[in-house]
Design a protein around this ligand. Sequence first.
Ligand code: F6P
Length: 360
Amino acid sequence: MPQRIGIVTGGGDCPGLNAVIRAVTKAANRRGWDAVGVYGGYEGLLNPEQCKVLSIHDLDGLLTRGGTVLGTANRGPFCAKVGHGQLVQLPKDLLDATKAACEKMDIVGLVSIGGDGTLAIANQLYQHGIPIVGVPKTIDNDVIGTDTTFGFDSAVACATDALDRLHSTAESHRRVMVLEVMGRYAGWIAALSGVSGGADVILIPEIPFTYESICAKIADREAKGRQFTIVVAAEGARLAGGGFVTAGAQEAQREAKLGGVGAVIAAELQARTGKECRAVVLGHLQRGGSPTSVDRALCTMFGTAAVKLIADGQFGRMVSYTAAEITSVPLAEVGQGIRTVPPNAGLIETARAIGVCFGD
Ligand code: F6P
C-alpha cells in the first residue's frame, strides 16, 4: 500500500489554498504517495465520507482558482479562538477521536493549511500524537514564524486596485474617501496597500489614531491645493484610548467580528471638517478570486516543502518564508499569538518619509 498523507484547510478561505493543495498532491504523487483531501475542515477527518484520495484530474485548474475545493470552517468543534483572539484547548475526547480517525485512514502525515487559529489546533493535534505539519495561510499576514503568509499578496493587490479607483472619484468630487480593509488585529494589508496605493492617511491597530491628527493632514493638503484625501483604515484601527469597532453581536464560541470602523471615521471626519466623506468597505472581495503570481509561486514552494517535512519525519513544524528562503519553524511557536506591524517597521518609516499620516 502506498504511503498516504492528508490535506486539510481551516479558517477563512484565501487566494492560493487550491494552489497549495495542488502542490502537495503533485509532490506526494511523485514520491508514490496518495494525497487524501479532507473536506470541510478538521471536522471532515471524523467522517470517512468527507475524505477522498485526490486524483490528477482533481487538480485541473487549481493553480489559479480562488477559495478551497476542500471547503473550510471557522466555526464548530475545532474553532481555535473565541472573543478577541483567546485560544481554545480542544477536549481530550475530540483529540482522541481525531487521532483514531487518522490512524484508521492510514494517514502517515497530515498537512494543515491555515492561519494562527488552525495552526494552534494543529499543534494541539501534534502534541496528541498526530503526525502533522503546517502551512501558513491568511490574507492578514499575521502568523508568527514566517515573514509572509500566502494570500497576503493577493489581498494587497486587490486593496491597491481599490485605492487606485478611489483616487479618481475622490479627486473629481473633492471628497475624503475612507477605505476599510481586513486584517483583524494586524495592519499589514492597510500598511502595504496604503503605500502602494498612495494613501494620504493609513490607520492601523498598532498605531492608535486621533481625529485631530487626521484633520490636520486634510487641512494641510487643502492648504497645498489638494482638495481630496484618501484614507485606508484597517478594520482593527482604533482611536487612542478607544476599543475595536465590531460588526453585529458577538456569537458564542466564535472570534469577535471586526468591522464598521471606516463608516465611523468617515462620519466623524465629515462632522469635523465639513467636507463630504464616504466610506467603502472592501470586505470579502479582498479574499476572493485568483491568487497573484507571487502567491502562486509561494503556495507551490510551501506545498512541496510541507511534503518534504513529512518525508523527513519532521512533524510538528510549519513551513515558513524567512529572509527570502523556505524553511520551517516549530508549530508550538506559531499559534500562541499573532505577528503585528512593528510601529517602527521600514514600511512605516517609508510611508512617514513621504508625508503619510498615521493619525498619531
Ligand atoms: O482572518 C481573515 C479574515 O478575512 C479577517 O481579515 C477578517 O476579520 C475575518 O477573516 C472575516 O471573517 P468572516 O469570513 O468570518 O467574515
